[in-house]
Design a protein around this ligand. Structure first.
Ligand code: XMP
Length: 519
């Protein structure tokens, strides 16, 4: 695929962000570890390289170096932070440790007109110790900052550039423009990576892969499996059969919503398996979280296997693998795991069930998956919904799982969700640097009974905890500062409207030390 930028990852926490920002300006790019083999890179016929930042100092023993083929290719190069230092070192310039580490916002002053930096001054984000003392031969200083005598450098003739700041982060407001200029003006890429182009390209590829054979898919109602399935259906129509196992542990109205959207609206042939009784029976008396997960996973596989056999074992299976999963599996220490992935067995399926995988989302970031979902007609609420764990409400119903307790939890959760939605807080919004809303919000039913009084009657009933967090990556999270009035209204409604609950508490722990889910 020509028209592609290769981002080489030198270990930066921002490497995925560089790739996402390029894609946001409709430039296709792929992220590889810095030591990837040449063939993998050349297969994409790159138009240019971006070298990411990284935690090392270039003089550290074993510090990652730019692969020879990058410099030999004569393609345009943009080194960012460590990538700039590695470029300097490789081309004979001088990098030195700086006594003034520069971290945070800085003013960048452009001192030489160049194709990358058009603003005479701009705010940028710095995060570095080492700095460039002398650029390599052929390079000129393009911009400076208070602590960086070489904040940007370039060999304009040979189209090689280095930036000491991070154009990919939010705190460099014009950074995306800088990346766009590198890709479009310098690498001559046509910015045509759009949801529509992804859809038409995927459809063509899936058609070619599948021919006239049958394809199987498992949908959970989650974003990835729904979008992947809908894309495949667009390509192969009724050669696709999707299986939806209703384990009874979804949120209020969710199972009906999945069927209505996929079957009724999109015309996907959906086998709906009502497995509620099977799951409730298997979970009876189980209170240990990991045991719940294991039982649910195993039961799901059994049911899926039965259905696949009934359908004559189609040779293809749709998987909702997304790009961050692929990037993780490309991590150098795991070797080239990715190669094995395209024709292997899906986690947990029995040995004799081999499928060829169709993974139409494997090059997409989550937000791109959502946009593709919208482009093929999935409803906004399904596509932009908050994450929901595979084991569903089983891990939010602490203690024993019974239909009655799950019903109680569904009702409480629906009240909380409805109130958040009405207040516009069911998603994250940012205004003037202020974050509001929630990344994930839900109710948890506690296996705790406490005393209450309703009317003149003493009650002894269960408690519900409300959990709402803000987070970017779900690895760390803060509890959402929801308005007290909203919490009061939700608590009042839950206690009044849901039988068996007489107390509501709000979880005010962050992750870490807590986790987002309670189990
Ligand atoms: P924790 O609770 O670890 O959750 O802070 C982080 C994110 O992962 C989701 N999560 C799960 N998703 N199966 C899933 O598919 C699971 O067993 C599971 N456990 C947690 C959780 O909802 C949150 O978004």
């Amino acid at each position: 695929m020509a028209n592609t930028i290769i981002v080489l990852d030198f270990g930066s926490q921002y490497a995925q962000l560089i790739a996402r920002k390029l894609r946001e300006v409709q430039v296709y790019c792929e992220l590889f570890p810095f030591d990837s083999v040449l063939e993998d890179i050349l297969a994409l016929e790159p138009s240019g390289f971006v070298l990411s930042g990284g935690p090392n100092s270039i003089y550290d023993p074993g510090a990652p170096q730019i692969p020879g083929y990058v410099l030999e290719s004569k393609l345009p190069i943009l080194g960012i932070c460590y990538g700039m230092q590695a470029l300097t070192y490789a081309l004979g310039g001088k990098v030195s440790p700086s006594s003034d580490k520069e971290y945070g916002a800085a003013e960048l002053i452009t001192i030489k007109s160049n194709p990358l930096l058009k603003d005479s001054t701009q705010q940028v984000w710095m995060s570095h110790g080492d700095r460039i003392e002398t650029p390599p031969g052929g390079f000129e200083v393009l911009a400076i900052s208070e602590n960086s005598p070489v904040a940007a450098m370039g060999d304009i003739k040979n189209q090689r550039y280095g930036l000491q700041f991070h154009p990919e982060v939010h705190h460099t407001p014009h950074g995306k423009e800088v990346l766009r200029r590198f890709a479009v003006d310098i690498c001559q890429i046509t910015p045509n990576w759009t949801s529509e182009s992804v859809v038409s390209q995927s459809v063509a590829e899936i058609k070619e892969q599948v021919g006239d054979q049958m394809v199987l898919s498992a949908v959970s109602g989650g974003v990835d499996s729904s979008v992947a399935t809908a894309l495949v259906q667009k390509a192969v129509g009724d050669q696709l059969v999707a299986i939806f196992v209703d384990h009874g542990l979804l949120r209020k109205g969710e199972a009906e919503g999945v069927v209505a959207t996929l079957q009724d609206n999109l015309g996907i042939e959906l086998v709906v398996v009502d497995a509620k009784e099977i799951f409730f029976k298997a979970l009876m008396g189980v209170t240990e979280p990991e045991k719940k997960r294991k039982i649910i996973g195993e039961k799901f596989i059994r049911i899926f296997e039965e259905q696949a056999k009934l359908l004559g074992m189609p040779p293809f299976l749709v998987q909702g693998t997304i790009y961050p999963d692929v990037v993780e599996s490309r991590a150098p220490e795991r070797g080239h795991a990715e190669k094995i992935k395209t024709h292997h067995n899906v986690g947990g399926l029995p040995e004799d069930m081999k499928f060829e995988l169709i993974e139409p989302l494997r090059y997409l970031f989550k937000d791109e998956v959502r946009r593709v979902g919208e482009a093929i007609g999935l409803p906004t609420e399904m596509v932009w919904r908050q994450p929901f764990p595979g084991p569903g409400l089983a891990v939010r119903c602490l203690g024993e799982i019974t239909p009655e307790r799950i019903f109680r939890l569904q009702e409480a959760d629906a009240i909380f969700t409805e109130a958040l939605e009405k207040a516009g807080l069911l998603q994250i919004t940012e205004k003037d640097g202020e974050i509001s809303g929630t990344s994930q919000a839900f109710a948890v039913l506690l296996p705790v009974r406490s005393v209450g009084v309703m009317g003149d009657v003493r009650t002894y009933q269960e408690a519900v905890a409300l959990r709402a967090v803000t987070t970017e990556d779900f690895m760390t999270a803060d509890w959402a500062r929801l308005p007290h009035e909203l919490l009061a209204e939700v608590a009042g409604r839950i206690v009044n409207e849901v039988d068996g609950i007489n107390r509501v508490v709000y979880d005010i722990t962050s992750k870490p030390p807590s986790t987002i889910e309670w189990e």
